[in-house]
Design a protein around this ligand. Sequence first.
Ligand code: DC
Length: 231
Amino acid sequence: MKQIIIAIDGFSSTGKSTVAKQLAKHLGYIYVDSGAMYRAVTWFAMQNHFIKSDCFHIQDLISSLYQITISFKFNEALGFAEVYLNGKNIERQIRTLEVSSFVSQVAEISEVREMLVKQQQKMGESRGIVMDGRDIGTVVFPDAELKLFMTASAETRAVRRYEELISRSEDVSFSDVLKNVQERDYIDSHREDSPLIKAEDAIEIDNSCLSLEEQFNKILQLVENKLKECN
Ligand code: DC
């Protein structure tokens, strides 16, 4: 059976990765969280002191990009692939609110995008992949057979992100999380290079009022229809 590319884009915390993981597992496809790659570069910049609370040495980060190798390794126990930076597992480190507060600025840098997009396109060469992010259906895989664009209100998304951070014992306030969600929405959709926009041929899914099961079933139906069409 011919395998397809499923591109899932949308604002932060719209549940892209949850449904992408479910689909990949169901179909036996590879799942790639492209946001994790931007987070890994952000963490690298923080570790090297290119990013501090009051300044961001963009040129230093750009000239150090060649030192970055990002890879994914499947973790059987977790059921998804964790992200590694230069051989070190940084899955936990990249999920903090601190990384979230800088990642949109890093994702605005064209040199960073160029490097990561190339790597993402390579991962999809044999198709059979579900990738989520902001520019997957528009830039990374404009020829993806199925493109989804996920939406939900900022408040709904902030509640989800807040609960996730609290469950990991992060000391955060709901208002800070909501502010971060709104700021990232703005930067991600207004940047010059590859802003978050819905691809013309993407199907919009607003999951504000959908349970995880309802969402999965709705999307699986779309995938099955597409597979029938392609085979
Ligand atoms: O999906 P996420 O919240 O982990 O993504 C982190 C940031 O990375 C997000 O604010 C925007 C950026 N990003 C991007 O610009 N392009 C992608 N394909 C994926 C993420």
